[in-house]
Every structure is written in structure tokens, then in C-alpha cells.
Design a protein around this ligand. Structure first.
Ligand code: RIB
Ligand code: CA
Length: 309
């Protein structure tokens, strides 16, 4: 079976890094481009981090471009208590051998859509995708599949009501959910079921590869954040769920839904209302419900181990 053509839109981000490496290590996927968006840290840092991760996997063939620096109508997030000041756990990095592609990130997405069936994996705020459909009316109907990490049902992480990717640009999220493309959404309700443990970090270090060392190293401060925030060191692999969906469509249980985004609430801005009533069973939008974490961890270990120096 031919690999799925995939463009990753991202705000690296430690869990973005793991998701991107999983995609690059998986034969089911052909990553044709990576576009950065402002999110966990400002765009200059997310674009640099995307280059670092693609270079870490030695994939100099993949264009990395910068998209939007500012949300449609929300403030830019300057620092991340979750991902470190540089957005990747504040390790020491050499200048990446992967240069920044000079093309505008949003236009690179449009170009890749024009070249044939494309799946977009969106694992940061949805600003780039909102600007894409605003600039190119109807282009959403040419996208084969859009897999989004974002949203939550009656819970949040950046606020009690909102998940970060939606909260960081709720106006963009509303544009994206109102557009006409098949969406699979991986909300916190699902992603909190997928996490790595200290055994996995030890496994990564035991690989003796640069990928293993660096992923384990960037996950350490992420684990310390989890211990402060959730009381344990299990590191939640939010973004990897959007990639895992493309490795095995049966691995994550899903159902049809309708999604509404709150943009005006004083306490609820960025909240998603995921309507699972039966009338939406055949909706173009599906939500991930459950995943077997042991199977996910085993697959992630197997794939990251293939990324040799
Ligand atoms: O809420 C989790 C999401 O916010 C992930 O994409 C993570 O990288 C952060 O950006
Ligand atoms: Ca992210």
C-alpha cells in the first residue's frame, strides 16, 4: 500500500517532536513538508525547533517553512512552562543542517494540496489552516484528511475549560471546524490515555542513538512538569495521537460528532463542545475516544529505534 502523503503543521513543542519523529520513522507515512506556527513558543522558536527535529532524523529532503506568527485575534504566547524557554526542553543544539524554506508556510500547504491527495496533521494552534481556507476559498474540499490534536470535553489544560491548541487561537479553530474537510479530532479525553513512563525514557537512553538520547533528554523536564501539574511523571503524548491514527486506523476508537468552539466566554474562551449525540454519527468530523497505551508505547519504541545515527 502506498504511503500516505502527510504535511505536519506544528508548534514544537516536546510532544510535537515525538509526533514528528514517529511520522518520519513510519513507512506508512510520507512526510512531504513541515510548517511551523506560533503556539507553545513564538514562531521564530517553533520554526527553529521544527528544523532541529527534521535534522535530528537526518531528513534534509523535507521542506520546513514558517507560517503565521500571530493568532487571528489572541495574544502571542511568549514563554512555555511546559516545554521550556526554547520550546524543546532547553537542551544545547547545534545550528540545524536543515535550512528554513523561504516559502510562506501557508502557501506551502496550498502548494502541497495542489500536488495530490494530502493528509494534514495539525498539532498546534490552527492559525495556518484558518488563513489557508480564508486565502484559498474551497481548498478545504481538496484535502483528503485533516487530523487535529486539540479540544476537550468539559475539561482543559491551559484553563479549566480549554485545551491549549484551541485556546491559543479559538477564532482560527472555529474557521477550521466550520470548513468542509474530513476531520479526525484527538482531544484531551483521548490523549490523556497515551503516555510514556520512566521505563520508556530509560529504553530511549538505552538505544545509544542521538534520537534516543535527545528525546529522553527533552522528555525529562516535560516529566518534571507533569509531576508538578498532575502528580506523576507519566508524559502525555498528545500530538503523537494524531500521527498514530495514520499508522493504524483501527488503533483509536472513534465516532462522528459535531464540534462547536467558544470564542466569547469570560471563563470558557477556547472551550470545545463535542456533540456525540447519534444525529452526528455520519458527520465529516470524528473524535478519538479510546486507545490501548501499551500497544501505542510498543509501536513508538519500535519506530524510534529505527532512527539510527
Ligand atoms: O494541549 C496539548 C497541545 O498543546 C499539544 O499540541 C502540545 O504541544 C501543546 O501545544
Ligand atoms: Ca503541539
Amino acid at each position: 500500500m502506498a504511503p500516505t502523503r502527510v504535511l505536519i503543521d506544528t508548534d514544537p513543542g516536546v510532544d510535537d517532536a515525538v509526533a514528528i519523529l514517529l511520522a518520519l520513522a513510519s513507512p506508512e507515512i510520507e512526510v512531504v513538508a513541515v510548517t511551523a506556527v506560533a503556539g507553545n513558543v513564538p514562531l521564530d522558536k517553533t520554526a527553529l525547533n521544527a528544523r532541529r527535529i527534521v535534522a535530528l532524523a537526518d531528513r534534509h529532503d523535507i521542506p520546513v517553512a514558517a507560517g503565521r506568527a500571530e493568532p487571528l485575534s489572541a495574544p502571542v504566547v511568549e514563554d512555555s512552562v511546559v516545554h521550556g524557554r526554547d520550546g524543546l526542553g532547553d537542551l544545547d543544539w547545534d545550528e540545524p543542517a536543515v535550512a528554513l524554506d523561504p516559502r510562506d508556510g501557508v502557501e506551502l500547504i496550498a502548494e502541497m494540496i495542489g500536488r495530490g491527495p494530502l493528509t494534514i496533521v495539525a498539532i498546534g494552534p490552527l492559525t495556518n489552516l484558518a488563513v489557508l481556507v480564508q486565502r484559498h476559498p474551497g481548498i478545504d474540499r481538496s484535502v483528503a484528511h485533516l487530523v487535529i490534536m486539540g479540544g476537550a470535553s468539559f475539561q482543559g489544560n491551559v484553563t479549566p475549560a480549554a485545551e491549549f491548541n484551541i485556546w491559543a487561537d479559538p477564532e482560527a479553530a472555529r474557521v477550521v471546524f466550520d470548513a468542509d474537510w474530513p476531520i479526525t479530532l484527538m482531544p484531551l479525553d483521548l490523549t490523556h490515555q497515551a503516555y510514556l513512563t520512566d521505563d520508556d525514557l530509560a529504553y530511549l537512553r538505552s538505544l545509544g542513538t542521538e534520537v534516543g538520547r535527545r528525546v529522553a533528554a527533552m522528555l525529562e523536564p516535560y516529566a518534571q512538569f507533569h509531576e508538578r501539574w498532575y502528580g506523576n511523571r507519566d508524559v502525555i503524548m498528545h500530538d503523537a495521537m494524531a500521527v498514530y491514527e495514520l499508522l493504524d486506523a483501527e488503533a483509536i476508537e472513534k465516532q462522528g460528532v459535531r464540534v462547536a468552539v467558544e470564542t466569547d466566554g469570560v471563563h470558557s474562551r477556547g472551550a470545545t463542545f463535542i456533540d456525540r449525540r447519534r444525529e452526528h454519527a455520519d458527520s465529516l468530523v470524528r473524535v478519538g475516544l479510546s486507545v490501548d497505551n501499551d500497544l501505542f508505547r510498543a509501536r513508538l519504541r519500535e519506530r524510534l529505534a529505527t532512527l539510527k545515527d
